[in-house]
Design a binder for this molecule. Structure first.
Ligand SMILES: Cc1ncc(COP(=O)(O)O)c(C=O)c1O
Length: 366
């Protein structure tokens, strides 16, 4: 008899956003016509400089990746305003960095704190490592962190604390004062997830010198437009970085991912445009959805926004199903702990697709 580990037996599968291919096949739609506002991706696609560099370097796929990533690490350090010894780079996105954090800091039975609702992958990846989630509270009505709930949850078994800012899926920011309060209340590693910081204009790199237990998580998947290349990085003090490198998969960052990442960081015009387009779309979608009397839209500092749809009389499952039938993908948030079945998350798109989405939404709930 096949007998997996105890952890695997009780594991709930991770629920990712729906893909264009899946929806096209399920609803018999043309992939090109599908509007995807479900996975917080970049509406303008990748940097043209990244595409050009990839095209030129395609033949590198026959070689093993570099293990010495000095040049890219230098570029990331300079983009982030830190030294190279403060940077760790991962090849399955920021998700790999989360896994490596667990490997470096968690012993079975240790605890981690996660305010809910927040990014669900923290819990998924750490419960695989036999760590125990302890839930703190993100106050949804005010869209702020209940910092006391985090501090009260800390005990001697706490090894990691997750603070996502802007928070996924709510879009609210955590104040620097609150981040400092948590850092000062514990020796555990405090992971400040800045996957979406570029859209908010706020970051916490200035705290790295003072707080040795701070780890900042970042990704190339959002404003930098490389979700499919799976590149994540983290910023912290050199001791934490060194422990993490001991357990990080050696060849996880492919050559092509390295090429794409380097080219994107050099494309300042793209990064500026990418930020501006997403913010413009966010404001358009916020204004447009706020005109629906049966929706409550939450102000966001990221490239998505949370919407309370209970006044429509539909569940998130029903509404997202109706939208998918008409070629639009949004995120049904039912699988997010801390939210009930009446929430969707809408990612930014191009203004053209945003307008089409609003028209289709009107046809269903207007
Ligand atoms: C808050 C947050 N952190 C981390 C990630 C992981 O990003 P990736 O693995 O694509 O780098 C995501 C992805 O959606 C996210 O929303």
């Amino acid at each position: 008899m096949i007998n997996p580990s105890k952890v695997v037996k009780k594991l709930d599968p991770y629920v990712p956003g729906r893909s264009i291919e899946e929806i096209a096949a399920n609803y018999d739609l043309e992939p090109k016509k599908i509007i995807k506002l479900g996975s917080n991706e970049n509406p303008i696609g990748p940097s043209p400089m990244a595409v050009e560099a990839l095209t030129k370097n395609l033949k590198l796929i026959s070689q093993y990746p570099e293990t010495n990533l000095d040049s890219l690490i230098k570029d990331i350090a300079s983009y982030s305003g830190v030294s190279t010894s403060n940077v760790i780079l991962g090849g399955d996105g920021a998700d790999e960095i989360l896994d490596v954090l667990g490997k470096a800091f968690i012993e079975p039975g240790n605890e981690f704190i996660v305010p809910i609702p927040s990014y669900m992958y923290y819990e998924y990846t750490l419960t695989i490592q036999d760590a125990i989630p302890v839930y703190a509270k993100w106050d949804v009505p005010s869209n702020t962190l209940d910092v006391n709930s985090v501090i009260q949850a800390i005990n001697t078994k706490t090894k990691l604390i997750f603070l996502c800012t802007p928070n996924n899926p709510t879009g609210g920011l955590i104040s620097k004062e609150d981040i400092k309060k948590v850092l000062e209340s514990t020796d555990a590693v405090v992971v400040v997830d800045e996957a979406y910081y570029e859209f908010s204009g706020v970051n916490n790199v200035d705290l790295l010198d003072e707080y040795k237990n701070l780890f900042i998580l970042r990704t190339f998947s959002k404003v930098l437009g490389l979700a499919g290349m799976r590149i994540g990085y983290g910023l912290s003090n050199p001791e934490i970085i060194e422990y993490m490198y001991r357990v990080k998969p050696v060849f996880s960052l492919t050559k092509l991912s390295e090429v794409a990442a380097s080219a994107t960081l050099k494309d300042h015009e793209y990064i500026k445009k990418s930020t501006e387009v997403s913010i413009e779309s966010r404001e358009f979608l916020y204004r447009s959805m706020s005109t629906f009397k049966n929706l409550k839209v939450y102000k966001s500092q990221a490239n998505y926004m949370l919407v309370d749809i209970r006044q429509t009389g539909l569940t998130a499952k029903d509404l997202s199903e109706k939208l998918m039938q008409r070629g639009v993908i949004v995120r049904d948030c039912t699988s997010f702990k801390g939210l009930d079945e009446y929430w969707i998350r809408v990612s930014v798109g191009t203004l053209e697709n945003d307008a089409k989405f609003i028209k289709i939404l009107k046809g269903i709930i207007g």
